[in-house]
Design a protein around this ligand. Structure first.
Ligand SMILES: Cc1ncc(COP(=O)(O)O)c(C=O)c1O
Length: 398
């Protein structure tokens, strides 16, 4: 409703106010509109008060509380994950924190996989203990060790289905059952296994988290996170997020929505290319311990086939016999792969953790985290696989 007001005279007043919410559009836009606004203007004071009282769901008041573009992304991810609802965050880390903070309080205990993204390990080691939450990390592939780590005050179990960077595969169904037997919430980071490959809620997980920065947005141009699950839990997570403030910006939400439209096409291609590249590396004689869940040599290959029948994703790791110097040399010699720390985009990326992302750790600490000095992680993009194999063949040549 646009209230009739007298036309202002001043130039700057007109520059600020001339747009009054029109023109009305009856046709449905083919792309989600970007509501690039912080507050929303009310022409009805009673409605202003009512929306302010409800905070979530009654209308739009302020984009930290809710934004139509970001909500369109939340509804899309919920639909793809088979969830009742989803909440969007400014990053994957904010999403993991949002999910855990809504479940855990001082005095509670969290069991988490040892095989987690380093940033998540940081959250568990540096941040949660300050809030009075105790954390134990265990080898997620050892179900007995996971069961032993539970205590009466354990409230949540956290793991990645395919771990970063070890590529260990977690037995999702068994772990969700275990968590439920002990009265804990099963939180799964499915960043490496987007919903076109796997829907963790169908395997018993309670909450599924993504760094949407990776496959969902898919073009290395947005930082975003999302949590999907039952409506009541997600509502609580959103209510917390309003106060923590790490919510997603409208344009990042739009970029992520645009990326999601081609998610299945990209992931199908990168999974097929990753398998071909893993096979090439295994047969090349220049790489050791080639790891890819789709390779029969992977320690949890049977589990990967059961959980991921449509493809095992786009991440491949291997060890270079020449250790740290060889890893550095590979990053210097590639021409199609780009040395960069992220993953899940259209461009293929290579990272040698011992030179870059984990260089601050002692070799012993790296080894404990499953990161050898010669470990290389590839994120396979959508380029033609022959070009990617040629690039590796050339860069790995003696
Ligand atoms: C498995 C996994 N979870 C979470 C994150 C954190 O996501 P973001 O960088 O969007 O905060 C990452 C980032 O690499 C990741 O690989």
């Amino acid at each position: 409703v646009v209230t009739e007001r007298p036309e202002p005279r001043g130039f700057t007043t007109r520059a600020v106010h001339a747009w009054r919410g029109g023109p009305p559009v009856e046709e449905e836009p083919a792309s989600v509109p970007i509501y690039q606004t912080a507050p929303f203007i009310f022409h009805d004071v009673d409605r202003f008060a009512a929306v302010g009282r409800e905070r979530i769901g009654a209308g739009y008041l302020y984009s930290r509380w809710g934004n139509p573009t970001v909500d369109a992304l939340a509804r899309t991810v919920a639909a793809l994950e088979g969830a009742e609802a989803a909440a969007c965050f400014a990053s994957g880390m904010a999403a993991i924190h949002g999910a855990l903070a809504a479940v855990l309080a001082a005095g509670d205990h969290l069991v988490a996989a040892r095989q987690l993204y380093g940033g998540t390990r940081g959250l568990l080691q540096e941040v949660l203990p300050r809030t009075g939450v105790a954390v134990d990390v265990v080898d997620i592939t050892d179900l007995e060790a996971v069961a032993r780590a539970f205590r009466p005050e354990t409230r949540a179990l956290l793991f990645e289905v395919v771990g970063n960077p070890t590529l260990d595969v977690a037995d999702l169904d068994a772990l969700a059952r275990l968590a439920h037997e002990r009265g804990a919430v099963c939180v799964v980071d499915a960043t490496f296994t987007p919903p076109c490959l796997l829907r963790p809620l169908e395997h018993g997980a309670d909450l599924v988290v993504h760094s949407a920065t990776k496959y969902l947005a898919g073009h290395s141009d947005a930082t975003a996170g999302v949590v999907a699950g039952p409506g009541d839990r997600v509502r609580r997570i959103r209510a917390f997020a309003i106060d923590y403030g790490a919510v997603l910006a409208p344009f990042e939400g739009w970029l992520t929505l645009r990326g999601i439209q081609t998610l299945a096409l990209r992931v199908e291609r990168t999974s097929a290319s990753a398998l071909a590249i893993a096979r090439f590396l295994e047969g090349s004689g220049r790489a050791e311990r080639v790891r890819y869940p789709g390779l029969p040599s992977h320690p949890q290959h049977g589990l990967a086939r059961r959980l991921l029948p449509r493809g095992a994703g786009g991440i491949v790791t291997f060890e270079l016999p020449g250790g740290a110097a060889a890893g550095r040399r590979l990053m210097e010699r590639v021409r199609v792969f780009s040395p960069a720390a992220s993953l899940g985009g259209t461009k293929s990326l290579v990272v040698h953790p011992a030179s870059v992302t984990h260089s601050q750790l002692e070799p012993r600490e790296r080894a404990e985290a499953g990161i050898g000095d010669g470990l290389v992680r590839l994120s396979i993009g959508i380029e033609d696989v022959e070009d990617l194999i040629d690039d590796l063949d050339r860069a790995l040549a003696p």
